[in-house]
Write a protein that binds this ligand. Structure first.
Ligand code: ADP
Ligand code: MG
Length: 255
């Protein structure tokens, strides 16, 4: 059975997309078949994997709103073993259009059913909100990976996120669980970073990954080349850390 993990945190700029791309590429490197679902109208996961938006005919919006079969929309990427369900700005209309539709919280779950077992891992890159798209991700997934930026107010908003998780558990997905909490953009030169790590560990305990992603300029450069860090600069610290995260995720699933 394929494992489905949503990357979520309603704060923007915490490393959701960076983690989706690089964990996806890491799992593919470990010979897993991976599907990355871009569920953000910004389409950063789509462009970050080198897919030009102008070449996309149908995207995740069509899957959710027009019931286009996912098989018609999924693309292969340059990374062997990593497929993409792309998003474009069109997706920004989806929340409002879905509001009046039947089973609006389950659209994504129903849509990916035919392909989910073709993949070992499906990663869902969530938008920076707790709206209907994120609810769809939580209804679809087995678990949630929460990237947390090692900054002031790191924990801000996380109780709202947990409330949403509890609501989805109650109404749609009783077995939903927290896959792990990933500290990102860690700066070892400041005390603040270490304080944040302590605080996040106090709140999430053993759910926090031992791998901490440092601030690494190569990680921020890779998307503009349309590549994961593992393809762009496999010897960088960022690549090495994301491979460590990949191993932790695989181990958590008995691999
Ligand atoms: P989100 O998807 O949560 O909005 P992103 O993954 O897009 O966050 O990251 C926000 C910005 O920070 C992007 O420009 C990304 O390239 C950059 N970034 C992410 N992680 C790192 C890191 N570890 N080091 C340096 N820059 C990073
Ligand atoms: Mg993003």
């Amino acid at each position: 059975m394929g494992v489905v993990i949503a990357l979520a945190n309603q704060k923007g700029g915490v490393g959701k997309t960076t983690t989706a791309i690089n964990l996806g590429a890491g799992l593919a490197k470990k010979k897993k078949k991976v599907l990355l679902i871009d569920l953000d109208a910004q389409g950063n996961a789509t462009s970050g994997l080198g897919v030009r938006k102008s070449t996309i005919k149908e995207d995740i919006y069509d899957v959710l709103v027009n019931e286009t079969p996912v098989e018609d929309v999924i693309l292969h990427t340059e990374t062997e073993g990593l497929d993409l369900l792309p998003a474009t700005i069109q997706l920004s209309g989806a929340e409002i259009e879905l509001t009046s539709q039947m089973a609006r919280e389950k659209r994504l779950a129903d849509a990916i059913l035919p392909v989910v077992d073709d993949y070992d891992y499906t990663l869902i890159d969530c938008p920076p909100s707790l709206g209907l798209l994120t609810i769809n991700a939580f209804t679809t997934c087995d678990s949630i990976l929460i990237p947390v930026q090692s900054e002031y107010y790191a924990l801000e908003g996380l109780s709202q996120l947990m409330n949403t998780v509890h609501l989805v558990q109650k109404h749609f997905n009783p077995n939903l669980y927290i896959e792990g909490v990933l500290l990102t953009m860690f700066d070892s030169r400041t005390n603040l970073g270490n304080q944040v790590v302590t605080e996040v560990k106090k709140y999430f305990k053993d759910k926090v990954y031992s791998t901490i992603i440092p601030r690494n300029v190569r990680l921020s450069e890779a998307p503009s080349h349309g590549m994961s860090i593992i393809d762009y600069d496999p010897n960088s610290k960022g690549a090495w850390k994301y491979m460590n995260l990949t191993k932790e995720v695989l181990a958590a699933h008995g691999e």
